[in-house]
Ligand binder design. Structure first.
Ligand code: PLA
Length: 457
């Protein structure tokens, strides 16, 4: 720890020590951190005239690694050739290499040719992006767009958009709580905690059926105080890969409407669940068609592979254009002191791809290919598990799950075994990212899962 050169018992003493710049060696010799030119050897002298930095951070404990992004750090440190990173939901090629979409490269080349400048964007982001992103989500012909009832702000990808919405909830609905699914994407809880928005969970996953606990979900949404915010995954629920059916979505909308709750969608995988952008937005559109006011956070990390560009948006569908203007003005007011204005590069890529019919078509095709590759490894994993596991266990739940992930049902100890023995990196809730799996690695993964499932309790 590069903290203090000497052990000092109290802040007052440290202040005196720093001020006087005359310190005794001895007790603190083992510690480091003194200023230039002082070696450990010199420390043994009885008296020294040195300036010492006494850390003000003694009260700052080490934070635990992030349950998802921390897995990638551990993966990078592993030197074993067999290692496999199924932690973070990042798409890889069959060769397990990161993938930059061809259509993204094409759009970037065009941008370079045009020689666009790097001026600040307005607080709400790039106008062409905001138009494109709302149209992609709601459908260009949706009356809410035509009537100007959507407040759209480009923000820092899905996470930043959720965080901005959380700040808005905290400021304008201080009494409200947010209902989140159990389980959910781990960062949801952090986001609402940091924004000081109270939350509670609604039942979602039923380990007995390895499916949706629909009754439990409805009962919990019904039991929540009127006017709560209900966080819903638009498609490809993370981590379970289990989505409600269209009929179930209707019932969820009924209860939310009845209870005057506010639906709040997190759409981080549009196009990645079914391969179709429209189909994956159908849950959101259903709520909008009912005339409800709705929050929607969007991300282009996965569907356009723009992970590091931090491009996404927060959309708030309002009852009237005048309301949308007010809401937007307040979102801008929240964004300004947080990050001032959003980055331009990813916004231009999205605006160019969506705004150009040829590139839009190319994107949809590449997205289908990515979604298709994930479906293929999903099938192969299921086939390998079924062929290798002689216990008679039914692995078909893997085929019923959709999107990037499979929720294997492995517990923490079993997940630890996957990593410690098999060098397979995954989150401790038993989630594996199939987007990071190749056909060639399916058999190895199946062996690891069978070993962990049957031999570790
Ligand atoms: N919402 C959900 C449901 C997500 O799964 C993720 C990303 C996001 C929002 C935010 O993504 P963004 O900020 O990059 O737009 N979840 C990942 C990565 C893919 C992560 O944890 O940050 C995951 O592995 O779960």
């Amino acid at each position: 720890m590069a903290s203090a050169a000497f052990t000092v018992s109290s802040p007052a003493a440290s202040a005196v020590a720093t001020r006087s710049k005359v310190l005794r060696g001895g007790k603190g010799e083992a510690r480091t951190g003194c200023r230039v030119g002082i070696t450990r050897k010199n420390f043994s002298r009885v008296m020294m005239a040195v300036a010492v930095d006494i850390s003000r951070f003694e009260g700052v404990p080490m934070a635990p690694p992030d349950p998802i992004l921390g897995v990638s750090e551990a993966f990078r440190a592993d030197k074993n050739d067999l290692k496999l990173n199924l932690g973070v939901g990042a798409y890889r090629t069959e060769e397990l290499q990161p993938y930059v979409l061809n259509v993204v490269k094409k759009a970037e080349n065009l941008m370079l040719e045009k020689g666009e400048n790097k001026e600040y964007l307005p607080i709400e982001g790039l106008a062409a992006f905001n138009k494109a992103t709302a149209e992609l989500l709601f459908g260009a012909d949706n009356p809410v767009i035509k009537q100007g009832r959507v407040a759209t702000l480009q923000s820092l990808s899905g996470t930043g958009s959720l965080r901005l919405a959380a700040a808005f909830i905290q400021r304008y609905f201080p009494e409200a709580k947010v209902l989140i699914s159990s389980p959910t994407w781990g960062n949801h809880k952090n986001i609402f905690n940091d924004a000081r928005v109270p939350w509670s969970e609604y039942r979602y996953y039923d380990p007995k059926t390895v499916g949706l606990d629909f009754e439990g979900m409805i009962a919990d949404i019904q039991a929540a105080p009127d006017g709560s915010f209900v966080l819903l995954h638009g498609c490809a629920h993370n981590p379970t890969g289990i989505d409600p059916t269209p009929e179930q979505w209707e019932k969820i909308a009924d209860v939310i409407q009845e209870k005057k709750h506010m639906p709040f969608f997190d759409v981080a995988y549009q196009g990645f669940a079914s391969g179709s952008l429209d189909e994956d937005a159908s849950s959101v559109r259903l709520f909008v068609e009912r005339g409800l006011e709705v929050f929607v956070a969007q991300s282009y990390s996965k569907n356009l592979g723009l992970y590091a560009e931090r491009i996404g948006a927060i959309n708030v569908v309002c009852s009237a254009p005048e309301v949308a203007n007010r809401v937007k003005s307040q979102l801008k007011r929240l964004a300004r002191p947080m990050y001032s204005n959003p980055p331009i590069h990813g916004a231009r890529i999205v605006a160019n791809v969506v705004g150009d019919p040829v590139m839009f078509g190319e994107w949809k095709q590449e997205m289908e290919e990515m979604a298709g590759r994930i479906k293929n490894v999903r099938q192969k994993l299921y086939d390998s598990l079924s062929a290798k596991d002689k216990s008679g266990k039914d692995w078909s739940f893997i085929l019923r799950q959709i999107g990037m992930f499979s929720y294997t049902g492995l517990n923490k100890t079993q997940s630890d075994n996957m990593t410690d023995k098999w060098h397979i990196y995954m989150t401790k809730d038993g989630r594996i990212s199939l987007a990071g799996l190749s056909l060639a690695k399916c058999e190895y993964l199946a062996d690891a899962i069978i070993d962990s499932f049957h031999n570790i309790s």
